[in-house]
Write a protein that binds this ligand. Sequence first.
Ligand SMILES: [Cu+2]
Length: 154
Amino acid sequence: MRHRASLAAFAALAAVAAVAALALVLTGCASKGPELKVSGAYIPQPALADMAAGYFTVTNTGGADATLTSVTSGFAADITMHTTKNSSMHAVGSFTVPAGGKLVLGLGRNHLMLMNLKHKPLAGEKVPLQLHFRGADAINVQVPVEPAGYRPGN
Ligand SMILES: [Cu+2]
């Protein structure tokens, strides 16, 4: 009797687990991949010809994370991604663009460092960048060069 009751309980638990597993599979199918949009991109006109910073925001309205793995450009042979912590910066291998969130590259925080420039970028010029992602297609951006001291929203 006791054995039979526990068997029934086990069967009930198994059924619940099966439904839960099915629900997981269904929501997994329903959720889409990353949906990325780049906005607010700019490069401040640098003081010197050999190095520039790059800033932009990547918004992800999709259902899965994406990873920014590299940025390339015909204008700069060497582009690295940096993060700033305690006012010192470190190169990083990638940035996550979280599902339903955004990756912000901005003054004093995450940024691109562009080196081996074709020439000193001048305000009014546009620099083509290609953003490469894991989990999403690459995005091409024409990034305006803004005067030194420019702040977004100004
Ligand atoms: Cu840096």
